[in-house]
Design a protein around this ligand. Structure first.
Ligand code: BGC
Length: 748
């Protein structure tokens, strides 16, 4: 043993080191008992604890787990735009882990919602990496503040379920860096998750578990990740290759630790690499020892239910509220239609499935609160066709009501981990029912339950109000009642655009891929980056959400704080007599650029709770990265010099004010060569002077005269200078030589 209390890798035999790099069973680490290293439990995640009851046998029954608080899945929580609230959810989840002696909870999952049909959109945060990273960090920091580990997943590019174990996500470096990595990068740099789970899929042909560039070069060497990487369940297909790539832990075990021993003996694994991977496992165990030693701890079930309740309140997004149909007056005659009101859909299917500690439906809540409402289920939650008698009953219930609350959405079988959806639409029988009810009563509010965006365009005209409630976790019933009856104003904002038609989505042309690969042809133009840049109509834009209050954002002030940094401030005022929250959003809009850039990108947000009439100033610091794009030419981030607009607003399409800032740029420049075009020479500070002298020397008769008119200047812009002989034969050669000689004089 070393001097420290705990063993270190040098205290272990080769076999013991190898054993640390795979699990003991499906939900446990493999300890080394003889050396005092326990085999702690690690389990799902991500929106509450799923501690499988069958864990001792290693078998998986996704629906059989100990009771735990079911918080709103990320689809809901991401709409809160409230990192502090998300932090509280993380703390509560950790307390449940302490009680259940779970050392690491497997989440959060921060993959980008590339296409709304993605089966796991319900447990991912956003189409925007800045938002995903700045929200999900709350889970990581909150859980870890209590001495429990998280597993940030699925690194990287698990954006679809179709063929998820094999598909190669073929993605440009730029799109990886700007879209698919930043949520991971931010959380790694700012919160150091104790573990990361690699994805099943391949990236540009290489399985994530075996991707040295991904797990070592980028994650550890560039971002400074200090924790361990585990495989997704069954994602490790070659123990030796994975360990060499930087994978510390295979889960669940394939009982092949001997392969690691043999490879270490014959040199296919270097001793230092095995030591590094095994030491990471020891470090992880040591970090969790204190929390795992707590005995007899019981978490406060009611207090956690209250956190879930608050989280659910802030997860809802009010999309439409014509005639101020919401909130519902306490004395209104209410009709409630839709099975979801009685049998809520509150979480997604698959490995995240939780057994909640409590469950109160919306209907239960109405009863508990003494609200007298008539109810009809209207339809079944299976995939059977409409039931005419049920539908007729619902129409009857709607007649004469002051307001009809129609609970529509996606039944459980329509979306889950493991498969992608095939349509954006909710089941036809629900839409038909809405039409039939609307024929009798116009005062309809549709309350939606779904894990990923559904189309609203086909039926929205039949509803005066639309409340997108996503999946709200176990306290959704009371939370819905709070919002619907106006105890609290809705404050959620969309983390995902609601398109008019799935075929408007830029990824559709490459969805879900073919013959084992999917090309991310839309590059960085994901979600609003596409819709806003190309000015496409959408139903509801990114960042959008109504309130019972009204707000005004004004006094946008932008200041340059460094060569490539800026600050922005604005005043937000609650101009109504209702207490409520508004989320101020900052978007950076680059000016002229050498590459195709989205028209604007989210670079800051702040949710502000304001009492009626109150106002507050919000300010943001924008670092160099806020203005940068990933340059494949420089293989690095690059800030171009020039003007940038900084927009402040309340959605990507509601910009209240804009300020300009002129940045110096980071000065990165490629040396000019004979293969650089006239355009590149002209745009370069040194090259432009040489181009000017080419024209001047031509005029003076010292060089062949350049053809000089607007058309020719445009024509030349994309021509490498070594093509001049093609245009001017011998004379052209002289011009090329002159330019290269002059350049050499200046730069030598
Ligand atoms: C999922 C992971 C999950 C793991 C363990 C996998 O199929 O992709 O998200 O953590 O199973 O349940």
């Amino acid at each position: 043993m070393s001097e420290s209390t705990y063993p270190e890798v040098n205290d272990l035999t080769l076999e013991e080191k190898a054993s640390l790099t795979s699990g003991g069973d499906a939900w446990h680490l493999q300890g080394v008992e003889a050396k005092g290293i326990p085999g702690y439990m690690i389990t799902d995640g991500p929106h509450g604890l799923r501690k499988s009851l069958a864990s001792s046998t290693g078998e998986t029954d996704l629906n059989d787990s100990v009771p735990a608080t079911c918080f709103p899945p990320a689809a809901g929580l991401s709409s809160s735009w409230n990192p502090e609230l998300i932090h509280q959810v993380g703390e509560a989840m950790a307390e449940e882990c302490i009680q259940e002696k779970v050392a690491v909870i497997l989440g959060p999952g921060v993959n980008i919602k590339r296409n709304p049909l993605g089966g796991r959109c319900f447990e991912y945060w956003s189409e925007d990496p800045y938002l995903a990273g700045h929200e999900a960090i709350g889970i990581v920091a909150g859980v870890q503040s209590k001495g429990i580990g998280t597993s940030l997943k699925h690194f990287a590019a698990n954006n679809q379920e179709t063929d998820r174990l094999r598909v190669s996500a073929n993605i440009s470096q730029r799109a990886l860096r700007e879209i698919y990595f930043p949520a991971f990068e931010h959380i790694v740099k700012e919160a150091q998750p104790w573990t990361i789970m690699c994805s099943y899929n391949r990236i540009n042909g290489v399985h994530s578990a075996q991707n040295h560039w991904l797990l070592t070069d980028v994650l550890r060497d560039e971002w400074g990740f200090e924790g361990i990487v585990m495989s997704d369940w069954g994602a490790d297909h070659d123990r030796v290759a994975s360990l060499n790539a930087g994978l510390n832990l295979e889960m669940p075990p394939s009982y092949t630790d001997d392969q690691i021993v043999y490879a270490a003996r014959d040199g296919r694994i270097q001793p230092e690499q095995l030591d590094r991977m095994a030491q990471g496992m020891i470090d992880l165990v040591n970090k969790t020892r204190a929390a795992m030693s707590v005995e007899g701890y019981r978490f406060d079930v009611d207090a956690h239910d209250e956190v879930a309740h608050q989280a659910a309140v802030e997860s809802m997004v009010l999309l439409k509220n014509d005639d101020a149909i919401l909130p519902v007056a306490s004395d209104a005659k209410v009709a409630v239609i839709g099975e979801f009101a009685r049998t809520p859909r509150y979480q997604g299917g698959g490995s995240s499935h939780i057994t909640p500690t409590k469950m109160t439906s919306f209907l239960d809540t109405l009863t508990a609160r003494g609200v007298d409402a008539k109810f009809a289920p209207g339809f079944t939650l299976d995939l059977e066709p409409a039931d005419a008698a049920m539908a007729a009953d619902a129409v009857e219930v709607a007649k004469g009501a002051d307001i009809v609350l129609m609970f529509l959405g996606l039944p459980e079988a329509a979306e889950s981990e493991g498969f992608d959806r095939e349509t954006l639409d909710i089941p036809a029988k629900q839409v038909e029912l809405l039409e039939a009810v609307a024929a009798e009563n116009k005062n309809i509010v549709v309350v939606l339950s779904n894990g990923s965006v559904v189309s609203v365009a086909p039926w929205a005209d039949n509803a005066k109000g639309i409340l997108e409630s996503w999946l709200l976790g176990q306290a959704g019933g009371p939370a819905l009642a709070d919002v619907i009856f106006g105890n609290v104003s809705p404050s959620g904002k969309l983390a995902q655009t609601v398109p008019m038609d799935i075929n408007d989505d830029p990824s559709m042309i490459n969805w879900p891929g073919e013959e084992g690969h999917v090309d991310y042809g839309e590059g960085v133009f994901v979600g609003y980056r596409y819709y806003d840049t190309y000015d496409k109509a959408v139903d509801y834009p990114f960042g959008y959400g109504l309130s019972y209050a009204t707000f005004e954002v004004s006094d946008v002030k932008v200041a340059k704080t460094g060569a490539n940094t800026a600050s922005v401030s604005a005043v937000v005022k609650n101009t109504s007599d209702v207490d409520a929250a508004e989320t101020v959003q900052v978007y950076v809009a680059p000016g002229k650029s050498a590459v195709a850039r989205p028209i604007h990108e989210l670079k800051g947000f702040r949710k502000v709770f304001l009492k009626a009439g109150e106002s507050a100033e919000v300010s943001f610091d924008l670092d160099e990265r806020a203005f940068a794009y990933w340059s494949e030419k420089f293989d690095d981030w690059h800030v171009e010099s020039g003007e940038y607009a900084i927009e402040v607003g309340t959605s990507s399409r509601d910009i209240a004010g804009t300020g300009m800032v002129e940045l110096d740029g980071d000065g990165k420049a490629e040396p000019l060569t004979e293969w650089s075009t006239f355009g590149e020479w002209s745009d370069d500070p040194v090259g432009s002077k040489i181009v000017a002298s080419v024209y001047a020397e031509g005029e003076a008769g010292n060089l062949p005269k350049m053809p000089d008119n607007d058309m020719m200047r445009m024509f030349l812009r994309s021509m490498p200078i070594n093509s001049m002989p093609m245009l001017m034969s011998e004379g052209g050669k002289k011009i090329t030589a002159f330019m290269l000689d002059e350049y050499a004089k200046v730069t030598e």
